[in-house]
Write a new protein. Structure first.
Length: 195
C-alpha cells in the first residue's frame, strides 16, 4: 500500500511540473484578414505572420504568442493599382500603423477560459501595436485535427485609438461628419499549429 501511494505521489509530482506542449503555427497554412469601416463604406485586406506558437496543457489551450509582420500589410478590395497603392501607403504611414518605425505587432496570450460551447474559449492577452501594449479579450475556437495538428479561429475587434491611431476618428475630430473612419477595426485569424 505504501509502495503504491509512493508511486502515485511521484507520478502526481511529475505531472504537476510537466511543461505545456508547444505547437508551432504554420505560416503558409494560416491566414489573417482585416476590415476597417468608414461612414461611406469599408476596406479590407490581409496580414502575414512572422512566427507564432500555441501552448496546450492536456489538450487544452493554455497560452501562446504571435508576431505579425506589418510589412505584409495588403489591401485586397481595391483592384485599381494606383488607388490600391495610395491606400496601402497611407495605412503604412504615421497616420495609421507607422510601419517603417514599427515593423511588427505582437499578441501574447496570458490566460484562457473555457467557454460554454465545445472547443470554445475566451482568450485574454496583451496586444502590442506601434510599441503600445494594451490588454485585449476575444472568443476563439480551437479544434484538434485527426492528424494531431490544431486549428484555431478567432475574430478580434481592436480600437485603433488605443494605439495612437487617431486619423479621422470622431472621438478626436467631431466635425468630420461622413469622412469619419470607425475606431474599431476587425481582424479575423485562422491558424494551423503543428508540434
Amino acid at each position: 500500500m505504501k509502495y503504491t501511494l509512493g508511486i502515485l505521489t511521484i507520478f502526481l509530482s511529475i505531472n504537476a511540473f510537466a511543461k505545456p506542449e508547444n505547437y508551432k503555427v504554420q505560416n503558409d497554412s494560416s491566414t489573417i484578414t482585416w476590415e476597417g469601416k468608414k461612414i461611406a463604406g469599408a476596406h479590407n485586406g490581409t496580414l502575414g505572420l512572422e512566427k507564432g506558437f500555441l501552448l496546450f496543457d492536456n489538450g487544452l489551450l493554455s497560452g501562446g504568442e504571435f508576431v505579425i509582420n506589418m510589412n505584409t500589410l495588403a489591401v485586397t478590395d481595391i483592384t485599381e493599382k494606383k488607388d490600391n497603392e495610395r491606400l496601402l501607403n497611407h495605412l503604412k504611414s504615421d497616420d495609421f500603423f507607422s510601419v517603417e518605425k514599427h515593423k511588427t505587432a505582437t499578441l501574447k496570450i496570458n490566460s484562457v477560459t473555457a467557454d460554454k460551447k465545445p472547443n470554445s474559449y475566451i482568450v485574454k492577452g496583451d496586444l502590442t501595436i506601434k510599441n503600445i501594449k494594451k490588454p485585449i479579450s476575444f472568443p476563439a475556437t480551437i479544434t484538434k485535427n485527426e492528424n494531431g495538428t490544431y486549428s484555431a479561429k478567432a475574430t478580434i475587434n481592436i480600437d485603433r485609438t488605443e494605439y495612437d491611431i487617431k486619423y479621422r476618428s470622431i472621438k478626436f475630430f467631431s466635425d468630420i461628419a461622413d469622412k469619419a473612419i470607425k475606431d474599431e477595426f476587425e481582424v479575423s485569424v485562422e491558424l494551423l499549429a503543428k508540434k
